[in-house]
Design a binder for this molecule. Structure first.
Ligand code: 5GP
Length: 133
């Protein structure tokens, strides 16, 4: 059975899409810990990040770098923090999180409650910034 994230990448489930390449897909985390919290996944379904084959891993990291650059042009922050956890969804994903300090990347913090309109607006702006890189 396909993972939730495979269905999102295929457009079978909705998401606030940021960008995609032939092999990877980026979208807003639905329960963000910061505004502009983005998930980047390989389209191929691999559970554990470090099981990904080298070429796809390089695609994922290079794409994550470019998505992070786009986020940083839109969301005020000191830098983009990176986290890989993967205990909830068994499809490898890189969390990109705008941060000012280490507490901003604390996953035990309460999730933000953002309106659909705000999420749409953020995803559109980051998406446009990605295209303009
Ligand atoms: P992890 O597996 O890294 O522990 O956490 C999974 C992350 O995926 C969480 O931050 C959670 O909010 C996010 N997530 C879970 N289900 C969905 C979903 O259906 N759509 C989106 N956009 N994010 C999700």
């Amino acid at each position: 059975m396909s993972s939730i994230f495979s269905k999102i990448a295929k457009g079978e489930l909705p998401s606030y899409k940021i960008a995609e390449t032939a092999t990877c897909f980026a979208f807003l985390d639905i329960n963000p810990i910061a505004e502009g919290h983005v998930l980047v996944i390989p389209k191929k379904e691999v559970d554990y990040l470090f099981d990904i084959e080298d070429e796809l891993y390089q695609d994922l990291m290079l794409f994550s770098k470019n998505v992070a650059r786009a986020i940083r042009t839109i969301i005020p922050c000191e830098r983009i923090g990176v986290a890989v956890i993967g205990l909830e969804v068994p499809h490898a994903h890189v969390h990109l999180i705008p941060i000012f300090n280490v507490h901003d990347i604390d996953f035990s913090r309460p999730k933000l409650s953002l309106s659909e309109e705000a999420l749409k607006d953020t995803s559109n702006k980051i998406s446009e910034a990605f295209l303009a890189l």
